[in-house]
Design a protein around this ligand. Structure first.
Ligand SMILES: [Mn+2]
Length: 326
């Protein structure tokens, strides 16, 4: 069954002379790494093809490579490949209806069917891992530069192999990648983890102001003036949620950040026990069981979601206590 999907995807890549690769808005290293790497891999295999990777550039991820500008003629007789994106509305920079064919390569739980070939593996650690797998299972040819990008994408999405969807398959693919391309992986961490001191100060602001309930739910709402004070954008603020795992008193935690540009409030939720994406879905959110995101319109909604997430922690704690009594 699996080998069929590799073949189907490879056949489409081989068939089209023009290929556009896209990913989600507000990209992370996995989205950018998987899409740019796939472009390099396709060009390495088929040097005569026109391959573009599009989407709004993010300056702090410039080390992952440059992006192409979308133009009208790029739609004509073209194949679109979207990595790391489960829903239509979050695909960045293209009108998907104008392509001849679409392939989705994604590791998030299913949201929208928008592709002719939907390769969804929500047990995969990252879209980067899926691109490694596709490349190794087909005649596509890996490059060292693509391998570096895929490694960074995978390491970012698994938080250095820490998250549960890091599997033996993840290690097997990474091992193969390193063996075949000889990437100098310790060197790659600097680009990924180096950050300005003000970010650390901002992290300390969050640690100082987190409100933690008796049920083990921590939350904070970051207003725009706090972002201004620390010189931090709302995406960076949301991503700080990844820095607070393994705190005794916190079972689940969330950072809500006012996003002035989009006129909404970005909620980033993490958990090391209670399942949070179901609660977030009541508010139009999504993501993984233990890592979820949501966009809210009002502070009332924020309060109400905080209340539900806290209740969720209470339930979880109660169940654990009951289990341990047996
Ligand atoms: Mn991803």
């Amino acid at each position: 069954m699996k080998s069929r999907i590799y073949k189907q995807i490879y056949r489409q890549i081989k068939k089209y002379d023009k290929i556009v690769i896209a990913r989600h808005v507000g990209p992370d290293p996995d989205a950018i790494g998987s899409s740019i790497a796939l472009k390099e891999i396709i060009l390495n295999t088929f040097p005569k093809k026109q391959v573009y990777v599009v989407g709004c550039p993010v300056s702090k991820f410039r080390y992952l490579g440059t992006l192409d500008k979308m133009s009208e003629d790029m739609y004509h007789n073209a194949l679109l490949i979207v990595t790391d994106t489960p829903d239509i509305k979050r695909i960045d920079g293209v009108d998907i209806q104008l392509f001849s064919s679409i392939i989705k390569i994604d590791h998030h739980p299913f949201i929208d069917k928008y592709a002719d070939i939907e390769w969804i593996d929500d047990s995969a650690s990252s879209a980067s891992q899926m691109v490694m797998e596709l490349t190794f299972e087909t005649p596509l040819k890996m490059t060292k530069s693509a391998a570096e990008k895929l490694y960074i994408g995978l390491v970012a999405d698994t938080n250095r192999f820490l998250f549960t969807y890091t599997t033996s398959k993840t290690f097997a693919l990474v091992s193969k990648l390193i063996r075949r391309t000889k990437i100098d992986f310790p060197k790659l961490y600097e680009n990924l983890y180096k950050r300005p001191f003000r970010e650390m100060q901002f992290q300390s602001y969050i640690a100082t102001h987190f409100k933690i309930t008796d049920n083990g739910f921590a939350s904070i709402t970051i207003t725009d003036d706090v972002l201004q004070e620390y010189g931090i954008d709302s995406a960076t603020s949301g991503n700080m949620v990844n820095e607070f795992n393994y705190i005794d008193e916190m079972l689940a935690w969330a950072i809500f950040t006012v996003d002035k540009n989009n006129e909404n409030i970005r909620g980033s939720i993490r958990s090391r026990g209670p399942i949070v994406n179901e609660v977030a879905s009541h508010y139009g959110g999504g993501g993984h069981k233990y890592a979820s995101g949501v966009r809210l319109k009002t502070f009332e909604e924020v309060e109400s979601l905080i209340h539900e997430l806290d209740e969720n922690c209470r339930e979880y704690k109660k169940n654990i206590e009951n289990d341990s009594c047996i």
